[in-house]
Design a protein around this ligand. Structure first.
Ligand code: LFR
Length: 482
């Protein structure tokens, strides 16, 4: 049996361990383990945090399960961006791994931007302003728990830390480093002034390593074998776009999961005033390709609504939304009130009441409101991309778990007025594997990896059917201005 590689893809609601094999020019995947990644309250501080002890145990269980299916040559981990852990002199975590959804950052970005100037931060980093960026999380820590920073010897993003736990080598990986808004895109290293502004001593950081770096070896307790630990694009969106079969410059991607990350790929960052005004991010990718993108609130909205409704089946929710009246009520998903409200249903209803719309009252109308509003957001970002590049987009490629939602795929095609392709679902794991296989010399380049992905997982196509009525589009645009 040929040996395989293991992609560990951890998202903000679930984690997956996936064994991949490259056979005859095709990638085949087997999921060996899946687990929840709920937010937990840190008992000492009450901060909403990630349970890294449990996540590490699940990863080990998943690797062992993969080994039971055959030899494993390498493993790599990706997670969401921006979150980190501080490590003390003995390389143990200092304080909890706080989630970016915790409210500790409320107001921090506004204060820092006033002090440092938004233009300056953007010119240095090229990263969109989001209240939970690492820089603001660190500044919040400096304000509320300065003793954590004082005790810290090293800074690790979540996948850096998990890789360290497997192989004992601690490195900061490039793609995820760029999500912090502390990485200087021109000097290609951490930005000393921004670190200082966030209250972080420079020696905590090490110069980031490229995606595709072999970090060390994990000696499996189950088999006694040594498995190479290879850093993929450790930022999940970096891995997702690495395997998105973008075929030409006029295609955009939407990496659809808890967030909808919508953008395009570019060899050069967009750092000018227009990019800043539109708040685009230039996130670093594998092969040093930039993802010029924006965060759209995404399926988080429906995940929270669903949980509050007592977890009805997702398929039933989508089906009931499909037969519900289009655009009966719409919200602006970019409104920060939806980032982590006590009740998502109440937040949606309140936004509708404030804008003089009939608030959605049941599962079907709530879901319809969310999907219509996301589709309108996709159109808004499409138009912003076109303005930024002075060029029309001709296709949108939706990848990730969210592309299962065929209603949303169709609504996206309708709102954007261009063909949409949907798939693959496991793009993040595929991109993670692709970068490992490049490091192992099995795949030559990202272009080759994408051709393999397209061959192995042909996407579905959705053509635009019904255009969004002008009145609805104007209503949506006016919501954003309120
Ligand atoms: C998606 C993602 C986004 C990032 C957000 C927070 O999972 O990684 O790219 O902006 O989570 O880290």
């Amino acid at each position: 049996m040929t040996s395989g590689s293991v992609a560990v893809d951890i998202g903000a609601s679930s984690g997956r361990v996936i064994l991949g094999h490259l056979v005859d020019g095709r990638l085949a995947l087997t999921e060996t383990h899946r687990f929840e990644t709920p937010l937990v309250r840190d008992p000492a501080t009450g901060l909403q945090s990630w349970d890294l002890v449990r996540i590490e145990a699940e990863i080990r269980a998943g690797i062992s399960a993969a080994e039971r299916l055959g030899p494993v040559e390498s493993v790599g981990i990706d997670t969401w961006g921006v979150d980190y852990v501080l490590l003390d002199a003995a390389e143990n975590p200092v304080g909890p791994a706080v989630s970016y959804r915790d409210h500790r950052t409320d107001g921090v970005m506004e204060r820092m931007v006033e002090r440092l100037s938004a233009g300056d931060i953007y010119r240095r980093t090229g990263i969109q302003f989001m209240p939970f960026n690492t820089i603001y999380q660190l500044a919040a820590t400096a304000e509320t728990h300065p003793e954590w920073l004082a005790r810290a010897h090293r800074f690790a993003m979540i996948p850096d830390y998990l890789h360290f736990r497997l192989c004992g080598v601690l490195a900061n990986e490039y793609t995820n480093a760029t999500t912090t808004q502390i990485f200087n895109v021109s000097t290609d290293n951490w930005d000393s002034e921004l670190l200082a502004a966030a209250g972080v001593r420079r020696p905590l950081m090490s110069r980031p390593v490229e995606a595709g770096t072999t970090l060390g070896e994990f000696v499996s307790a189950a088999s006694g074998r040594a498995i190479k630990v290879i850093a993929p694009a450790t930022h999940d969106t970096g891995s997702a776009v690495a395997a998105t079969p973008l075929m030409s410059a006029d295609e955009a991607f939407i990496s659809s999961g808890t967030w909808s990350l919508m953008g395009f790929e570019s060899r050069v960052p967009f750092l000018d005033e227009q990019a800043r005004a539109l708040n685009f991010s230039n996130e670093g990718g594998a092969e040093r390709r930039f993802r010029v993108l924006k965060n759209i609130m995404g399926l988080w909205l429906i995940q929270r609504v669903r949980a509050e409704l007592g977890s009805p089946s997702h398929a039933d929710l989508v089906a009931s939304a499909a037969s519900s009246r289009p655009f009966a009520a719409i919200i602006d998903p970019a409104d920060q009130r939806f980032l982590n409200p006590d009740s998502m249903i109440e937040a949606i209803r309140a936004a509708c009441i404030e804008t003089e719309q009939e608030p959605p009252a049941d599962a079907a109308t709530l879901a319809r409101c969310v999907f219509d509003s996301l589709a309108l957001s996709y159109r808004r970002v499409k138009e912003e991309i076109e303005a930024l590049r002075g060029q029309s987009l001709r296709r949108v490629r939706i990848v990730g778990g969210g592309c299962h939602n065929e209603l949303l795929d169709q609504l996206c095609a309708d709102a954007c007025g261009v063909p949409v392709t949907a798939g693959p679902v496991e793009t993040t794991a595929l991109g993670n594997l692709a970068v490992q296989l490049m490091a192992l010399g099995r795949i030559a380049s990202l272009d080759e990896a994408r051709a393999i992905v397209l061959e192995s997982f042909p996407p579905r196509q959705f053509l635009p059917r019904e255009a969004v009525p002008d009145e609805i589009w104007h209503r949506f645009c006016s919501l954003a201005k309120k």
